[in-house]
Design a protein around this ligand. Structure first.
Ligand code: PHE
Length: 437
């Protein structure tokens, strides 16, 4: 089936947004942070995303993300804290250098934003591990915006913020003494704190050490990682008003897998009646340090999502709010303070269903969500796939999505909701050649 490209008829400033997927090669270059990048058949970055690059919410000291970023930086006050790194990286930096296999799903264009086949928006702060280690940093934090294509709901947004932290020790008697000292200091501090830790063994058959590591040293590094992060959990969640009402803070360690660490763990915290996943971490794969030309060393690293933690600590119910410029949101926060957000109003949800026959090439849920987000911006609150079937005789497939249009700062009129919905339908037909049912 050939689909006429309506983008060709559009004024130039709209060309980039509504460009037909089949004509990317003629797409205008993408401009990001003052730099122009050529586009090609891999390009899938949308203007909704381009608009967010450079906003640097986490650098604003009185924005909830900035408040949390500062709190974590001051907890690790001896660490060098880096900000403002360019989000445009090569897939080699984001994936290959970190040992992601060639068929890892995160590499797919359905999951990541590509500027062209050679450049993408980082999907995690770990993309900067090699260059940071290579600069000789021994204990560092790095805060940055990261980008992932995903579903649309109250806790997923295609741009979010992470902090990565790492600490390097020399793999000899000096490093060992440093680890023993620091572990004793941290254990002492934790023993006097109101915290209960459900641990897992540092090393098991399913969460193995690395062959190149002295197993005793690897255990000491894993212990240092756990103690350092338990102490961070106390800083973040320990004495929060009303958190656990005098109850101890409960932290749970779980075995995990990341291509660039082993052993690896996830940390969960029991907060206001629920176990919450907070971060991923582990002992850095030696290939990472080798690539960075850091000899005779061993390191741990962790990565955490700022939105997830800020939503819990500040009671922010919808992830879109972090991007709000409404004074009723912004004015509620003060540098250095964690306070509970008071929702100013709840505007009515407006549900619209959209059923269509898929094009022969199919249509990924993330492609649909990106198109909605690119068309209506933050007026979409969530998108749910409510039906999907393949006709037994014709073999054609159909999907039905329920879109919830709801503004964060005003009431949407029915006319306005109908009009943005009509725009979604029109863009969906233009871009993907679907047939509305
Ligand atoms: N980069 C990982 C993520 O985004 C988190 C992580 C960082 C895990 C460092 C281990 C070590 O999920």
């Amino acid at each position: 089936m050939t689909v006429a490209c309506s983008a060709a008829r559009l004024p130039r400033h709209l060309f980039r947004t509504l460009q037909c997927r089949r004509c990317y090669s003629t797409r205008a270059p993408v401009s990001l942070l003052g730099q122009q990048y050529p586009t090609d058949s891999m390009t899938n970055i949308t203007s909704a995303i381009i608009d967010k690059v450079g906003r640097n919410l986490y650098m604003n000291p009185s924005h909830p993300l900035g408040i949390l970023q500062s709190l974590i930086s001051s907890h690790f006050h001896n660490f060098n804290s880096m900000v403002g790194l360019n989000p445009v990286v090569s897939p080699a930096r984001n994936f290959d250098d970190l040992g992601f296999p060639p068929d890892h799903p995160g590499r797919a264009a359905t999951d990541s934003y590509y500027i062209n086949k050679d450049l993408m928006l980082r999907t995690h702060t770990s993309a900067h591990e090699v260059e940071t280690f290579a600069r000789g940093e021994r204990q560092w934090l790095l805060s940055a915006d990261v980008y992932r294509r995903d579903e649309i709901d109250a806790s997923h947004y295609p741009v979010f913020h992470q902090m990565e932290g790492a600490r390097v020790f020399s793999a000899d008697a000096v490093g060992r003494a440093e680890l023993e000292d620091d572990n004793a200091r941290l254990s002492h501090h934790l023993a006097r704190s109101n915290i209960v830790i459900e641990d897992v063994p540092h090393i098991t058959a399913s969460n193995p050490p690395q062959d190149v590591h002295d197993p005793v040293l690897a255990e000491l590094v894993a212990l240092n990682l756990k103690l350092s992060l338990n102490s961070l959990m106390l800083t973040l969640f320990g004495d929060r008003a009303g958190a656990n009402e005098g109850e101890p803070l409960r932290v749970r360690w779980i075995e995990a897998y990341f291509p660039f660490t082993t052993p690896s763990y996830e940390v969960e915290v029991f907060f206001r009646g629920k176990w919450l996943e907070i971060l991923g971490c582990g002992v850095v794969q030696q290939q990472t340090l080798d690539r960075a030309r850091v000899p005779d060393s061993i390191s741990w690293a962790f990565g955490l999502g700022l939105e997830r933690i800020a939503m819990i600590l500040f009671s922010i119910p919808d992830i879109r709010l972090f991007w709000s410029q409404d004074p009723r949101f912004i004015s509620q926060f003060t540098a250095g303070q964690i306070n509970t957000f008071k929702p100013y109003s709840k505007y009515p949800a407006c549900y619209k269903d959209l059923s269509f026959w898929l094009p022969q090439t199919g249509l990924h849920d993330n492609d649909f969500c990106d198109l909605v987000r690119d068309t209506v911006g933050d007026l979409v609150q969530d998108v749910v796939l409510i039906d999907s079937f393949t006709h037994p005789k014709t073999n054609r497939s159909s999907k039905c999505y329920r879109i919830n249009y709801c503004s964060m700062d005003r009431s949407l009129s029915n006319d306005e909701a109908n009009s943005v919905h009509a725009q979604v339908i029109s863009n969906l037909k233009d871009k993907f050649g679907v047939e509305i049912r």
